[in-house]
Write a protein that binds this ligand. Structure first.
Ligand code: NDP
Length: 299
């Protein structure tokens, strides 16, 4: 798979727009055929500016896709008990098919306690231990949105992934680990690398598929990449821009170098990022169908 030219740029923005369109059609069909409108509840605790932007976008896109959106903004000093009370209320609310509690949570609240209090059938972030376990054992799960978006783009680009050597760089619960599980399910040969990995560039050079989720700006260099490999850059890092006082977003991959070696690559911004919310909407439709005993539409 030698690549003498420039990599194909995988357009996550366009892919996400297509997925949102598909979701909107599925929502319209659920309404018409079953008189069911999927509902997504988004809970934000505190005033983290990035989380405010994310939750606003999630709610906006939920409405645009024809679903019901329920948004709850709770003060930063909310107790764990109060938040668990809100989760219990949403678990019991039949209009709510998906529940998302925006992370990170303030220090007085234990994240695992909240995530595991969400009804697994409504856990559209896919972080509940039940969904993690279902994914790990190859069963139908609600799958974390970011790795799900990465997998959709990989399958679109490469078709059948079986036998491919994949390197997942990062082992977080929200990206690295579920990404590895998904790739194992697709019959890839998967290596998971992290901060204690001995020779990262050498591991990376073996990979037909490289998924970078480290949170280190432009760490993956061009000479780490196997010629022709497919590179999925999950990283979102804000760095100083050339213009004084301004910043810009870069990924975990040095795009300018990688684009000359890879076969295909996702840019930052405009790659994985837009897919995450589109997959959240997709997961909400999936959750709604399962809760109502309706066949889950193909993504
Ligand atoms: P975490 O900080 O939770 O995990 C980072 C992982 O990278 C860890 O496993 C860590 O290893 C590993 N790592 C850190 N430094 C190095 C290093 N120098 N060499 C090798 N491995 C290293 O991050 P997330 O998984 O939550 O996120 C990763 C990136 O993806 C971030 O930039 C984040 O902003 C972005 N992101 C983007 C999303 C999107 O929608 N596009 C959604 C979620 C995240 P160890 O375990 O050993 O510490």
């Amino acid at each position: 798979m030698a690549n003498s030219g420039t990599a194909k740029i995988i357009d996550g923005k366009a892919f996400a727009a297509g997925l949102r369109e598909k979701v909107a059609k599925q929502v319209a069909k659920l309404k018409a055929d079953h008189n069911v409108t999927p509902g997504l509840a988004v809970v934000l605790v505190g005033e983290n500016p990035a989380s405010q932007v994310y939750t606003r976008n999630k709610s906006k896109q939920t409405v645009e896709s024809g679903m019901e959106s329920f948004k709850f903004d709770m003060p930063a000093d909310t107790s764990q008990e109060t938040l668990l009370g809100k989760v219990a209320e949403l678990n019991a609310d039949a209009r709510v098919n998906g529940i998302l509690v925006q992370l990170p949570l303030p220090d007085q609240i234990e994240e695992h306690a909240v995530v595991n209090a969400i009804d697994p059938a409504k856990d559209v972030d896919g972080f509940h231990v039940i969904n993690t376990g279902l994914l790990a054992t190859g069963q139908d799960a609600l799958v974390p949105c970011t790795p799900l978006g990465c997998l959709m783009m990989l399958k679109d680009e490469l078709g059948d992934l079986q036998g491919q050597k994949a390197l997942v760089l990062g082992r977080s619960n929200i990206v690295g680990k579920p990404m590895a599980m998904l790739l194992i399910k697709e019959s890839c040969t998967v290596t998971v690398a992290h901060s204690r990995t001995r020779d990262l560039p050498a591991e990376a050079r073996e990979a037909d598929i490289l998924v970078a989720a480290v949170g280190r700006p432009q760490m993956v260099k061009g000479d780490w990449i196997k010629p022709g490999a497919t590179v999925i850059d999950v990283g979102i890092n804000r760095v100083p821009a050339e213009e004084e006082g301004k910043t810009r977003l870069v990924g975990d991959v040095d795009f300018d170098e990688a684009v000359n070696v890879a076969g295909a690559i996702t840019p930052v911004p405009g790659g994985v990022g837009p897919m995450t919310i589109a997959c959240l909407l997709h997961n909400t439709v999936t959750a709604c169908c399962r809760q109502n005993g309706i066949d889950v539409p193909e993504a």
